[in-house]
Write a protein that binds this ligand. Structure first.
Ligand SMILES: Cc1ncc(COP(=O)(O)O)c(C=O)c1O
Length: 373
């Protein structure tokens, strides 16, 4: 970013206040930093917030997705269908278990994968679908679930960007199947690093709790391991921060909605595509504010101009199948998912967080107009 810019607007910022500090300090002073009472308290608050009977906190969204591959019994030789227009973890979780990621192309406006696109890539080897709610916009859960049923395919939802979003009026995470949330500091709420898996199934929950804790069983002593597991636990300091965040989650989500609405207003008349509005079945939880630049606009130049003016932006999201390691390992190339690739070339994330003020937003949009020339 240029040292001469008079104003700086960051891409994201967590909302941390004195209450968060107090809760974290309490745990720090208690000396019980992991496997204490704060983790279960956080899980129970999160389960209530989502409206689901079971919630297992984990060390990251990626860890949660990996454990869901275990729940689904994914292994070598299996295929896992997911979105190419997502964060790499949506696909990496399958690779961790020796399976092959299969990418189904997206819709150019929701940026999610439509059910018919998933159906087109299903094979007898499809073991699971990782359905992604990208940028907090709910995917077509009922139709995707219908594709799984009767075919022996497991449904896992990657709602890492979508805490607080609703599909057909019901909060994501409460639709029965395992759903993963993530709490990295750019997310709606944060625990520093961290994540959670919600499920309607007691058996799945018990397995998650064991797998995240080195395969210990409820009855095991510390050095007894009933199954092969991982250390994907969330520590109590992070859980304490999570409690502070959940206490104000409604305010955070509302503030993010307001910031998004303000961008919508300010960008009226600017030649670019703004995020899809909600409808009766889809209520977004605002994670990022991503616009699509007109075809032919040099996005790198726009980003460079914005950076010169102190405005951060990001080329959200590159297509996963074109990442260097994916090309190398699986031979994926351009043309596999043309819609995703076209979106990847034109989408741009603007600064976005709960406490972005009108002045900064006006500045961002003014600089964007200039950068677009
Ligand atoms: C769609 C999606 N899936 C998975 C993840 C992984 O979460 P984490 O960074 O907590 O491992 C993220 C986080 O950026 C994400 O946006």
């Amino acid at each position: 970013m240029s040292p001469t810019a008079t104003r700086r607007v960051n891409l994201s910022a967590p909302w941390i206040d004195e209450r968060d500090e107090e809760l974290v300090l309490e745990v720090l002073r208690s000396g019980w930093l992991s496997l204490g009472p704060t983790g279960p308290r956080f899980e129970s608050m999160l389960a209530d917030a989502v409206g689901v009977p079971h919630c297992a906190a984990v060390s990251s969204g990626t860890a949660g997705l990996h454990l869901c591959m275990r729940l689904a019994g994914v292994g070598p030789g299996d295929e896992v269908v997911t979105s190419p227009y997502s964060f790499v973890a949506s696909a990496n979780c399958a690779i961790y278990e020796g399976a092959t990621p299969v990418f189904a192309d997206i819709d150019a406006h929701t940026y999610n994968v439509p059910p018919e696109s998933i159906e087109a890539v299903l094979t007898p080897r499809t073991k699971a679908i990782v359905a992604v709610d990208i940028f907090g916009y709910p995917c077509e859960l009922d139709e995707i679930r219908a594709l799984c049923e009767g075919r022996g395919i497991a449904l896992v939802e990657d709602a890492c960007e979508a805490l607080g979003a609703r599909y057909k009026g019901r909060l994501l995470g409460s639709h029965g199947h395992p759903t993963v949330f993530a709490f990295y500091p750019n997310k709606q709420m944060t625990t520093g690093e961290g994540g959670a898996v919600t499920t309607g199934s007691r058996e799945e929950h018990e397995l998650l709790v064991s797998l995240r804790n080195q395969g210990r069983l409820e009855t095991s002593s510390w050095l007894q391991h009933g199954r092969f597991g991982f250390n994907y636990r969330l520590d109590d300091l992070s859980a304490a921060l999570g409690i502070g965040q959940l206490e104000k989650l409604d305010r955070i989500l509302e503030a993010r909605r307001e910031v998004a609405a303000r961008y919508g207003e300010l960008l009226r008349g600017v030649d670019l595509e703004t995020p899809l509005p909600d409808d009766a079945d889809h209520e977004r939880s605002w994670f990022v504010y991503v616009v699509k630049l007109p075809e032919g606009v040099d996005r790198d130049r726009v980003m460079a101009r914005l950076a010169d003016d102190g405005v951060a932006s990001a080329p959200y999201l590159p297509s996963i199948h074109l990442q260097p390691y994916m090309r190398e390992r699986f031979g994926f190339a351009e043309g596999l998912c043309p819609v995703s690739e076209a979106c990847s070339a034109r989408t741009l994330a603007l600064p976005f967080h709960a406490r972005l003020d009108r002045g900064d937003q006006e500045y961002v949009v003014d600089r964007l107009r200039v950068a677009l020339g």
